[in-house]
Ligand binder design. Structure first.
Ligand SMILES: [Zn+2]
Length: 505
């Protein structure tokens, strides 16, 4: 367990955690958003971020402070907290972004870590190389080595109570991200930013982002606090949290406001094109879009930035509550309906269901089947894996209907798509209490057929009969030959105690 991070609650790969930041004397609850504060240009002052928006932590750039005479002198003189007028925790970036942008910077890891220490940063960052997506493998490997040297350099410095970031790079190569994650975890550094994902997000490549994070998480292990570096659009927070990210930083709230863009959890709108504000934050409650367009540019920008921050913090709170309530994946599924690229992201997440399953709580509040993607959730996978453990004998009926009034079966189990078969005695256990629609899709039937197959394969001596509610051919064809099929719509098994035949409610 990392000393500075404690996990309190979880759902899928998401968790509510406590990040203890000793130098600031504060404990930050995660998932947390770090507003990015440009030390030269404050759209919303850090004091307001704290008092009005509830920001417990922010991030600013120590490289910009170091390169700007006035800021450097002031920061060294009074310290970062007084310079920014902020009592919470302050994370500082190192100039890696500038390095990626301009090709070189005038500072080493030793110098910038020492500077961050001198100005009173609470979480410092070494000079890593943010290798962009899609570069050659050779470049990704070479740059990863430089990043790993930077981590070693940072580790060698006595940083006292200051926590230090250990960025995880590796471009779009999942195995390199995994290797980088293992390497970072083996250091004594504290917080783990997954770096250089901004180009993926700007290009709406949420599926690739999920793969990159999944790789890093495999290397890092469960107890590391993970920061998705540069991720600030509320639309993708739920997805990233479900994948196991704990910290986000938003420059988006200010940058988008500067371009007249209005953030929502379903995507980005342009102030010019809005007739109504779909939001009740203080800005949107008080103004309509025409009002805001009537203000001078600075006021427009400030109001948009305020709205953008409100909607961003609101989504973080919604995600925390979803983790507590055990319906984070339902929220991810809802967000996936906001944009086709988000749907790709969610589908990519489900490809990592096995990885998520390891951390997903065994019991939660609810499982709502909301779309064909629900058929691939970690809970379904886990139930199917458990079917191997049941020892059955003789003749077994698996039925979507009730137990027949008269029968010669040795056992009668229920079948509910997408979960498949389970003993009636477990009907009240999660996720078998799933709320499912009356009109199933093919993926639900196929998943149920998977479950039936697994049970049949684990019990080769048993005679299995499936009484189904007119399953499509694709699902029936997926069953082993030896499973007898009875179509409930036509068979005598339909004539049974109907109260017993209802799906779990
Ligand atoms: Zn608003």
């Amino acid at each position: 367990m990392r000393d500075c991070f404690e996990i309190r609650d979880g759902d899928a790969g998401g968790r509510i955690g406590q990040l203890t930041v000793p130098r600031a004397g504060v404990t930050v609850e995660t998932p947390a958003l770090l507003p990015v504060v440009n030390p030269n240009l404050q759209t919303i002052s850090p004091a307001r971020l704290e008092s009005e928006f509830g920001a417990e932590i922010l991030i600013t750039n120590s490289y910009i402070i170091r390169q700007t005479d006035r800021l450097r002198e002031q920061a060294l003189d009074v310290g970062l907290h007084e310079l920014l007028d902020f009592d919470g925790a302050i994370m500082t970036d190192s100039g890696s972004f500038q390095l990626a942008e301009y090709g070189e910077i005038e500072v080493t890891t030793e110098e910038i870590i020492q500077f961050q220490l001198d100005i009173g940063s609470d979480i410092g960052t070494p000079v890593d190389i943010p290798t962009p997506p899609d570069v050659s493998r050779e470049q990704a490997e070479e740059e990863l080595e430089i990043t790993q040297t930077a981590l070693a350099d940072a580790e060698a410095i006595d940083t006292g109570e200051m926590l230090v970031n250990a960025p995880v790079q590796g471009s779009t190569y999942s195995d390199l991200r995994e290797r980088a994650g293992s390497h970072a975890e083996a250091t004594d550094l504290d917080v783990f930013p997954v770096g250089a994902v901004v180009p993926l997000m700007n290009a709406y490549r949420y599926d690739d982002m999920v793969d990159v994070v999944a790789g890093a998480k495999r290397g890092l292990g469960a107890d590391c606090p993970v920061h998705l570096f540069g991720a600030g659009h509320p639309m993708m927070f739920a997805l990233a949290v479900a994948m196991g990210c704990d910290l986000f930083d938003s420059a988006a709230y200010a940058l988008y406001a500067r371009d007249g863009r209005y953030l929502t959890v379903r995507g980005t709108e342009h102030l010019e094109e809005l007739d109504y504000f779909p939001c009740s934050c203080p800005v949107c409650a008080e103004h309509d879009p025409a009002d805001v367009r009537g203000f001078d540019e600075d006021t427009q920008e400030r109001l948009l930035a305020e709205h953008n921050l409100h909607v961003t913090f609101e989504e973080i709170r919604r995600i925390k509550q979803a983790i507590r309530s055990g319906n984070l994946l339902e929220l991810v599924e809802t967000r996936a309906r906001g944009h086709p690229a988000m749907l790709d992201g969610y589908r990519a997440l489900l490809e990592h269901a096995e990885q998520l399953e390891r951390e997903d709580p065994v019991s939660k509040g609810s499982f709502f089947y909301l779309s064909n993607e629900s058929a691939r959730r970690p809970e379904v996978l886990r139930h199917h894996e458990r079917l191997d453990r049941f020892d059955l004998s003789g003749d077994v009926l698996l039925t979507q209907g009730g137990t027949p009034k008269e029968h010669d079966f040795d056992a009668v189990w229920r079948v509910v798509p997408p979960l498949g078969p389970f003993p009636r005695a477990l009907s009240e256990t999660y996720p078998l209490t799933a709320e499912v629609p009356e009109r199933f899709d093919d993926d639900a039937y196929l998943a149920a057929a998977d479950g039936v197959s697994r049970l049949a394969e684990a019990n080769p001596e048993v005679s299995v009969t499936l009484a189904h509610d007119d399953w499509p051919d694709a699902a029936l064809d997926a069953l082993p030959e030896r499973v007898h099929r009875e179509n409930l719509v036509r068979s005598h098994y339909a004539d049974s105690d109907s109260a017993d035949g209802e799906t779990g409610q």
